[in-house]
Write a protein that binds this ligand. Structure first.
Ligand code: UDP
Length: 339
């Protein structure tokens, strides 16, 4: 059963490719390698013991996408990861984010329709909740204005999927997965997060600081209305997150979905502060981290974590990896990268 994975050479995409293959699917990667390295394909081969088909194309290129569907023949569904993902960068380059993230979804939906492919898992984000009034957030929590153009692209993409599904001639069945904060790496340390340049995200910044690549971590604010004053997030191990995609794909293929578009939070259901992450990293790895408190980062939501009940009850999805083990896996990956 072939599943097209756009952005399959990326961080979450590559881990999902592994889980798909190990669950008996045949993943087919589409990636333009704008924010990933071809060495990911070597890592996938090392883990799986065989090559994964990869088409180096841009998802916004309809003609090239058509050719992939035709060449592969029998694609049953698509997991659409391909997108820009840096909140801060999106504030600097909003048009690039709208063009790439919204544009590639529009192109993909057109091509899927033409090719008669009816199953889609879309990478959404907890950023669609904006600054929520209540915690934890459930899928029914009203979305608020996004705090960045990145978040807005995810809101727009969700709306596009809903409108497309509402059209009279619709054939599309979609599961929207709202990710919380993915961290860590595959236990083999053959694939993981590969930030280009200075990392924007907390955990790669922590591991690079511990490895001596960065001088120190700056914690963005400790004067928030949270238990220790630092931001609270729901950190989910990337392999757990990848597994949610397998459950979603299977649900779509089995036509078990109760609605033409279903939405699930994919998080652990627990919030951890930045300081807790730092302390847990130190305990898990024995590394002492150089850090200081700096000013707040524009666009940061004070606190957000998932109510993970719906994913558990409907998708049968539960996370199994602790924060400590997730951070240990990130460190193992950082050490492997250094070699
Ligand atoms: N963070 C930090 N220092 C950094 C990077 C991130 O204090 O160098 C904090 C950030 O303010 C947020 C949390 O770590 O509270 C997670 O940030 P990240 O960028 O990883 O994910 P986000 O939640 O913004 O998507």
């Amino acid at each position: 059963m072939k599943i097209l994975v756009t952005g399959g050479a990326g961080y979450i995409g590559s881990h999902t490719v592994v889980e798909l293959a190990q669950a008996g699917y045949e993943p087919v990667i589409v990636d333009n390698f704008s924010n990933s390295a071809t060495s990911v394909l070597d890592g996938l081969r090392a883990i799986l013991g065989h090559d994964v088909t990869c088409h180096r194309i841009d998802c916004g290129n309809a003609e090239a996408l058509h050719q992939v569907f035709k060449a592969e023949g029998n694609i049953q569904g698509v997991i659409h990861f391909a997108a820009f993902k840096a909140v801060g960068e999106s504030v600097q380059k909003p048009l690039a984010y709208f063009d790439n993230n919204v544009g590639s979804l529009l192109t993909l939906l057109e091509v899927m329709k033409d090719e008669g492919v009816t199953n889609l898992v879309f990478s959404s984000s907890c950023t669609v909740y904006g600054i929520p009034d209540q915690l934890p957030v459930t899928e029914a929590t009203p979305t608020k204005p996004a705090s960045s153009p990145y978040g807005r692209t995810k809101q727009m993409c969700e709306d596009i999927v809903h409108d497309t599904s509402g059209a009279a001639d619709n054939t599309l069945h979609t599961i929207l997965l709202r990710y919380f904060n993915p961290i860590g790496a595959h236990e083999s340390a053959r694939i993981g997060e590969l930030p280009l340049g200075t990392p924007n995200n907390l955990v790669p910044f922590i591991t690079q600081t511990a490895a001596g690549i960065r001088e120190k971590l700056t914690i963005f604010g400790n004067d928030y209305d949270t238990p220790d004053g630092t931001n609270v997030r729901d950190y989910i191990h990337v392999v757990d997150l990848a597994k949610a995609h397998i459950a979603a794909v299977q649900r779509l293929l089995d036509r078990r979905a109760s609605d033409i578009v279903e939405t699930f939070n994919v998080g652990t259901g627990h919030g951890n502060s930045v300081l807790e992450v730092v302390k847990t990293f130190e305990e898990a790895t024995g590394q002492k981290l150089n850090y200081s408190i700096g000013p707040r980062r524009v666009g940061d939501v004070p606190a957000i974590y998932a109510d993970a009940t719906k994913a558990a009850e409907v998708l049968g999805f539960k996370t199994t990896t602790s924060l400590r083990d997730s951070l240990a896996s990130a460190w193992k990956w950082q050490l492997a990268l250094g070699k």
